[in-house]
Design a protein around this ligand. Structure first.
Ligand code: TTP
Length: 220
């Protein structure tokens, strides 16, 4: 079976990643990678910028412990928010979310999302991974805005305790790269990885732009 014929499996609980992947116009199934990446990340010794790809690789290996992953093209991803070369992670609780948002306020940081596409065919594992880096400048939002945003609960499942897509909070002043990368799945990176497996989008990005998916990104 060639990889072109392998069905896609998105191993993610993130509703945002499911919405983004659907933009490629390719059929896919969804499953959730088992295991606790937080515990796994405690073993990571590399630079902060590599944590996203490392964790996406870990998620893929955990997925292949599940029978449904065999004979599928598995997509895993992990988004990290890096401030002063430290990865901030998701908020432990509301107080931690408040502290993270205050540390990011009015400053530049980087969002690095690792993406891995992998297969397990006839017991042979094949993996291709890459990451995308988007510098982000946060607004000088007030403590009152932070409290109101935390009260919505939105920060709690997000790296850095914020969602760039939050219409109510609108945390970012400017970004200098891929918007979808910040939300959690850089289509530009994913499309390049899928091409290594002879899989190509059914929908067509803008072939004339620097990034064929830039019409989906809000590079400001
Ligand atoms: C910075 C940022 C992160 N995020 C989200 C993307 C990810 O879903 C989450 C980071 O956690 P991840 O561990 O990358 O992903 P996840 O736990 O949500 O889902 P899964 O591991 O099952 O794939 O933060 C936003 O939605 N908007 C943002 O602006």
């Amino acid at each position: 079976m060639t990889t072109t014929q392998l069905p896609l499996l998105l191993a993610s609980a993130s509703p945002r990643r499911r919405q983004i992947l659907a933009k490629l116009g390719l059929p896919y199934i969804v499953s959730v990678a088992p295991g606790d990446e937080d515990a796994a990340q405690a073993h990571y010794q590399g630079p902060a910028d590599g944590l996203g790809t490392w964790t996406a690789t870990h998620k893929a290996l955990m997925m292949f412990t599940r029978p449904e992953a065999a004979n599928h093209l598995v997509i895993t991803s992990d988004t990290t928010v890096i401030l002063d070369d430290h990865e901030l992670g998701k908020p432990r609780d509301e107080e931690h979310a408040r502290s993270l948002l205050r540390s990011l306020r009015g400053r530049w940081h980087r969002v690095v999302t690792g993406v891995v596409v992998s297969t397990m065919v006839d017991g042979q594992l094949r993996m291709q991974g890459d990451s995308c880096n988007t510098p982000v400048l946060m607004r000088p939002y007030t403590d009152e805005e932070i409290d109101a945003y935390i009260a919505t609960g939105d920060p709690m499942d997000k790296a850095g305790a914020y969602g760039i897509q939050s219409a109510s909070f609108q945390p970012t002043e400017r970004i200098a790269g891929c918007y979808l990368n910040v939300v959690g799945l850089p289509l530009c990176t994913l499309v390049r990885l899928l091409a290594n497996f002879d899989v190509y989008p059914a929908s067509q990005g803008d072939p004339h732009s620097a990034c064929p998916w830039s019409e989906l990104c809000h590079i400001s």
